[in-house]
Design a protein around this ligand. Structure first.
Ligand SMILES: [Zn+2]
Length: 131
């Protein structure tokens, strides 16, 4: 996948304008407890990520959609590959999976919302060649 593609930028939580700067301060693997720490501006091109006050509240709608997807996928897998277990398994497993994936859902909802509704287009003049 090209490092300049929009899909690469979304999958790796990169800035929508330069597609190089990180949206989040820490990697999920190095500091998972700080999964919400978001840069105020792009470290590479200084784009202000919070496009207007409260901008990221809108990411809750994306988060809702992603959570419903995870919920339905978990239920689908339980039903089809684990022989439709007892209701108690669904009631335990589905929220557990959603809770475990919360940092991932949070980050992708912000990234998708910024890329989709941030009103910022990719601009190659902000790409720094030094990387
Ligand atoms: Zn940038």
């Amino acid at each position: 996948m090209s490092k300049k593609s929009g899909l690469y930028a979304i999958l790796n939580h990169k800035c929508p304008r330069c597609r190089q700067g990180d949206l989040f301060k820490y990697s999920l693997l190095s500091k998972p407890h700080k999964f919400t720490a978001t840069h105020k501006t792009c470290p590479k091109c200084q784009l202000i990520f919070e496009r207007e006050p409260g901008f990221f509240f809108g990411a809750m709608y994306v988060s809702y959609g992603l959570t419903m997807g995870v919920l339905l996928a978990t239920a689908f897998i339980l039903y089809n590959f684990f022989g439709d277990p007892d209701l108690v398994v669904y009631i335990t497993a589905v929220p557990l999976i959603v809770l475990l994936l919360l940092p991932v859902i949070f980050r992708y909802s912000r990234t998708l919302y910024l890329h989709g509704f941030g009103g910022v287009k990719y601009d190659p003049k902000y790409v720094k060649q030094s990387d």
